[in-house]
Design a protein around this ligand. Sequence first.
Ligand code: GLA
Length: 729
Amino acid sequence: MSVFINEKVITLHTKNTTYQMAVNENDYLAHLYYGARLDDSVALTRGKVGYHTLLPLAYDGKNRELSPAVCPLEYSAYGCGDFRTTPLKVRFADGSSVCDLRFESAKAVENKPTLRGLPALHDQNAKSQSVEVCLKDKVHNLRVYLLYTAFEECDVIAKSVRIENNTGGTVVLESVLSTALDNYESDYDYISFVGKPHFERTFSRVALEDVKLVTESRRGSSSHQANPFVIFCEKNATETMGECFGSAFVYSGNFTASFEKTPIGTSRFVMGINPENFAFTLENGESFQAPEVIHTYSNQGLGQLTHNYHNVIRKHLFRGKYANADRPILINNWEATYFNFNAEKLLAIAKEAQKIGADTFVLDDGWFKGRNGDGSSLGDWFVDEEKLGCKLNELIKNINALGMKFGLWFEPECISENSDLYRAHPEWVISAPGRTGMLGRKQWVLDMSNKAVVDAVFGMMSNILDNNNIEYVKWDFNRYLTDVYSTALSANQQGEVMHRYVLGVYDLLERINTRYPNILIEGCASGGGRFDCGMLYYSPQYWASDSTDPMNRLNIQYGTSFCYPVISVGAHVTASPNHVTRRVTSIKTRSNVAMAGTYGFELDLTTLTEDEIAELANETKFYKSHRELIRTGDYYRLTGNTERYMAWQFVAEDKKSALAVMVQRISHIDYKPHILKLRGLDKNTSYRIAIDGVELEGVFTGTALMQIGVPVRTIKYEGDSTRIEITAI
Ligand code: GLA
């Protein structure tokens, strides 16, 4: 049992954590506890909730001792004395925005309910338990349902919110955040993952001061600039020790996450859809489902927090054929040819790719009607046979004859002005009346909030996917939303467009997934501009960045690793000098970095020497012999991202094998060997060690490898890398 409703105390347990709330004497749903697991004897006997005797800044008339401004609350609404960031703001039909949420009921729910139209954690084994709590504003009869699910094995609590309008009139939701997490403490660091194109998810750690810290996107997608995943942790928390709280939003549009210290020294964290330009009208009888937040807690540092996220995403967010299977090893033609290709050139690359062990050829941008640059044709998803020099089917047949699968690039949500689709349907573009709209990468965004648009794009994509043997789709999105307005919605619904856009994208993704269960979708947004748990529900891997330089990727993949499993991180071996940075790196280092991701290739293999082809073939062989460990193992960051070298490690679930990789970031010429302390091994097991394929003499216990470490002498210069295989005897 992981959920207990004991009179007015509600407790959710996971293997190592407990989440607890209680109804207090004024019927507020107070947050009691989130932290290390409590014994049932402690947890279930807590009844009285006496912890709000401070400063009655506002009180409800009955109890001068009680102030909603200082009481830790599970959820609250604007207007009734909670002066922190309130997750809910409602405008009622009478114009008032005062809403007072008090406890009405709670019930246990078996398993994990789905969330209408939204991605969310699932539980096919039906082992999880949920609780639904109803809060109510008595004056207007507005109900708020809080759903909590305990994923016991992963130490995760999923939270979401549904609003039901039974007020008898129309209400406008001006803010519906998905979670609030109050805490008695505020002496925390705040970790977020910020960036820009080519520098996605850069680790940032700051101390919480007396200001509110906000991470947000207002760009229509979760964006390159901010990721909907944040952590707050004790100031001395490291990879291996300290309390940490993580929150990942299962949503791909505008979001906000904020962390504030209150004047009395407590703190509140909230996360949800960004209220900016959000106003959702609910008629009487209608409801609104807000997306889910995945919370985890670890008192063993950031490393354990990462294990929890990797586990829950791999087991309860990924779906379909590839959720639990090896991913294809791709050769993608983008950095090999850009727009300049025909079938003959593509086939020549595929032939070399087959020699090095790739199993799927991906035809990137430029295959459709008149698309020879980025200025035209988006929206016209018809094969350009003239450019290819043959039918798409023929090319695929030839690729399949090499024993390889075939994949295709789409950018379903965008449209070029120079396209037949735009000429036929200018009203399908997101743009405000009387304005031309901003271009981004010379293109506009289609109005995915309009079902007619989603139907039309689905029709065009299906026409290609039904008639060709396509087993992989790269789903790109190369812009942000501006000039937001939909011709399909009324004037008073324009505040819904940003959210309805995301729902439209999810609808299209769901339809493609349902109709083509054998197709693997890889997400992409000018690199990793929409890498979030929402997209990973539909596409279990995501192109991490258009920066394909392995040295730049170190930082990007480091930041990404805190939440997202290695197998979701799209990463390829590309050309040297790198096309983005001109940096020269070895095949070995390029491979080592790509193996901390999905591993694949994106370069013109026809220009490589025989030796280079042979080396790549060997790298693929190495990858294949470790791919299960990399996909399913626990991932450890052995260093930060500012040391002279960066190192990481994969450890198999049974701890019988592990692989560590080190990459030198900055050259250093001294005579001291690097000592790499490993993690996650079994203390008493004896292991053999091989460094870059050369076995060390003797055997080493897990304790020795973790406490003394492995001396690594061969790595000195920027861009050098080495790998250490650890095998139990
Ligand atoms: C984006 C993607 C690239 C490539 C190009 C094609 O930039 O991130 O990988 O697909 O689009 O135009």
